[in-house]
Design a protein around this ligand. Structure first.
Ligand SMILES: [Cu+2]
Ligand SMILES: [Zn+2]
Length: 242
């Protein structure tokens, strides 16, 4: 079956541009709203421009489709339109959603949601099909969940070349060392984790988690064993892509 929207990236960009036309001595206000949807085939942007001209409201909607790069280029061009006295208010929120897929002959599945807002990335994970007790969850270095044992994702993501450890430890830790969570007696677990040490697609490769993977383990991370906390087999996997 074809996955229609396995991942959706919604980037909301709201710009308010107020400009004054000195020559005509009239005030013109403009609001531009951009909605971007990302699918496996490409991206689609919907740009709504609302103008208020002498008490009249004019709304224009433009739809752009193509590869993500093409769409972003056009959006950029349309939203950086210049005016002398413009005032721009910009708020950006990025969200990426993934499915966790069972590995190592288990039924461990789940949903992952990453949200980036004002420099903080929040991970929300809902996981089912676990054995009751403590499990490790990490970011591993490659978004490749193809092997049945999840080992195709490589080791822990460690862009700062630190030893494995507990998140925030002064002895060092990997940027992928999220840690442990508990599964209840029905096999369900939930993880919420927020940090300003990650980003969704920025230029800083010590922060960018795109191209990496989320791995859930059968056992607990002891937070000391090198290089990966002796957390046992990899039972669920999601590539972080966009
Ligand atoms: Cu791991
Ligand atoms: Zn680690």
């Amino acid at each position: 079956m074809k996955k229609v929207i396995n991942l959706i990236a919604v980037l909301s960009l709201i710009m308010t541009i107020a400009c004054q036309n000195q020559a005509k001595k009239e005030t013109q206000e403009k609001k531009v709203e951009v909605k971007i949807e990302r699918t496996e085939e490409g991206s689609k942007a919907e740009i709504t421009t609302t103008k208020w001209v002498e008490g009249e409201t004019i709304e224009e909607i433009e739809i752009i489709e193509g590869t993500h790069e093409e769409v972003m280029k056009k959006v950029e061009a349309l939203t950086t339109e210049d005016d002398v006295n413009k005032k721009v208010v910009r708020k950006t929120k990025k969200q990426l959603q993934f499915k966790l897929n069972a590995k190592s002959d288990t039924n461990t599945e789940g949903k992952i949601l990453f949200t980036e807002e004002e420099g903080t990335v929040t991970l929300n994970a809902m996981i089912s099909g676990l054995t009751e007790g403590t499990h490790a969850i990490h970011i591993h270095e490659k978004a490749d969940c193809s092997s049945p044992d999840g080992k195709s994702t490589g080791g822990h993501w460690n862009p700062t070349f630190q030893p494995h450890g507990a998140w925030g430890s002064s002895e060092g830790y990997h940027r992928g060392d999220i840690g442990n969570f508990e599964a209840d007696n029905e096999g369900n677990g939930e993880v919420t984790f927020a940090t300003d040490q990650w980003c969704l697609g920025c230029d800083d490769e010590t922060k960018n988690i795109i191209g990496k993977a989320i791995i859930v383990h059968q056992g607990a991370d002891d937070l000391t064993s090198q290089p990966s906390g002796a957390a046992g087999s990899r039972i669920s996997c999601a590539g972080i892509i966009r």
